[in-house]
Design a protein around this ligand. Structure first.
Ligand code: AMP
Length: 364
């Protein structure tokens, strides 16, 4: 079977690495000639809107998926006319606009931060008495890893913040005083089978995920599963999905969902019976989903801008290194390492070592 993927970055690379043992072949469409998944399959080099390449992708693939959420929905509709594309376009459409997304979540009874749509400085000023300070101004579309976001502390910040987002349509939302940032990852197959991973506990710095750890019997697991189950059903979703959440006083508030495999689930590669990548592929092929059972304490550390020497990382014997084969560039995710171990003490020590190494090499 041939799986087509829009995008040939590290997520596509990890999908292909998970699919090879299942006998799958891959074809990628990505405009960058030196894409890091390219040597794991056939690479169509060109724009995502190139109709001839999209037609070729559809003809040569049995099923198509994507690794990023900014794919124009028209492209999914175009491909879907001949070849099934998962996750469904509805998930992309809703997730691409923060207002549509938050409204969708609230309509399903899922708590979000208070928010308001603003499209001018005047509207921002009018919204603030209701939202209150501190708050965050985010562009409605195309924001990721904290890009297109400004924290607002007082009325004095508004004019400068509005300039910083270049007058783009925005959402302004109340700052959630969270105790922890967590995410839940789940997979749903074409037949409707659903599996949930244990919650991941995530640490961000400057809006970028740095460290993700699995949790054991987290008190918020059931509530998070309930939320994501509601979303999966409402979207008639197929594939792996991630829902990013804030934990506040034993309640959860949803931030956003990503209709794809997610950085906070990379620890599942060595840390789970079945990784999020393998379950995504099984889900879109309508195969039985694999156990999401954790094989111990598991974590993932991202390396951004630079990667510590492989020898240094691999001298930690329960650490696994995943290099993405990408050219180093400031602020770019280049690799991650995962940890899996049986004892909490060992886990904490390994996280400390990895975090220290990551800090030394991080240039963001
Ligand atoms: P996002 O692009 O929405 O995923 O935001 C990136 C990061 O900014 C999050 O992971 C949080 O660390 C922080 N953040 C975003 N929105 C809020 C909020 N309403 N309250 C507190 N922190 C936030």
């Amino acid at each position: 079977m041939v799986i087509g993927i829009l995008g040939a970055g590290q997520l596509a690379r990890m999908l292909a690495l998970a699919g090879k043992p299942l006998g799958l072949k891959f074809i990628f469409l990505d405009p960058t000639p030196a894409s890091c998944a390219a040597d794991l399959g056939k690479h169509l080099i060109g724009d995502y809107t190139d109709k001839a390449l999209l037609t070729q992708l559809a003809e040569e693939s049995d099923i198509i998926t994507y690794e990023f959420e900014n794919v124009p929905v028209e492209i999914i509709d175009f491909l879907n006319a001949n070849t099934p594309v998962y996750p469904p376009a509805k998930a992309l459409f809703i997730g691409q606009d923060r207002i549509t997304e938050k409204t969708f979540l609230q309509d399903l009874g899922i708590a979000t931060a208070s928010f308001s749509a603003v499209s001018s400085l005047e509207e921002l000023q009018q919204a603030m008495p209701d939202i209150g300070y501190p708050a965050i101004l985010k562009t409605r579309r195309l924001g990721y890893d904290g890009k297109g976001q400004v924290v607002l502390s007082s009325d004095q910040d508004l004019a400068e913040a509005w300039q910083a987002v270049k007058s783009a349509p925005c959402v302004v939302e109340g700052f959630v005083p969270f105790d922890r940032e967590i995410s839940i990852i789940a997979s749903r197959s074409v037949s409707g089978e659903i599996v949930y991973y244990p919650l991941s506990e995530n640490e961000h710095h400057k809006g970028i995920l740095r460290l993700a750890k699995n949790t054991q019997n987290d008190p918020l697991q059931a509530q998070a599963e309930n939320y994501i189950n509601t979303i999966l059903t409402a979207l008639d979703y197929v594939g792996t999905i991630a829902l990013e959440l804030f934990a506040v006083d034993n309640n959860i508030i949803a931030n956003e969902f990503a209709p794809r495999v997610h950085n906070s689930g990379h620890w599942t590669i060595e840390g789970s019976e079945t990784s999020q990548f393998e379950n995504h592929l099984r889900a879109i092929m309508d195969m039985p989903l694999g156990s999401t059972h954790s094989l111990g304490y598991a974590a993932m550390q991202n390396f951004i801008g630079n990667v510590p020497a492989s020898n240094q990382l691999l001298s930690l014997s329960q650490v696994h290194l995943h290099l993405y084969d990408k050219a180093a560039r400031k602020g770019r995710k280049l690799a991650h390492a995962t940890i899996r171990t049986d004892t909490l003490k060992n886990f904490t020590d390994l996280i400390d070592s990895l975090t220290e190494l990551a800090k030394q090499s991080d240039d963001s």
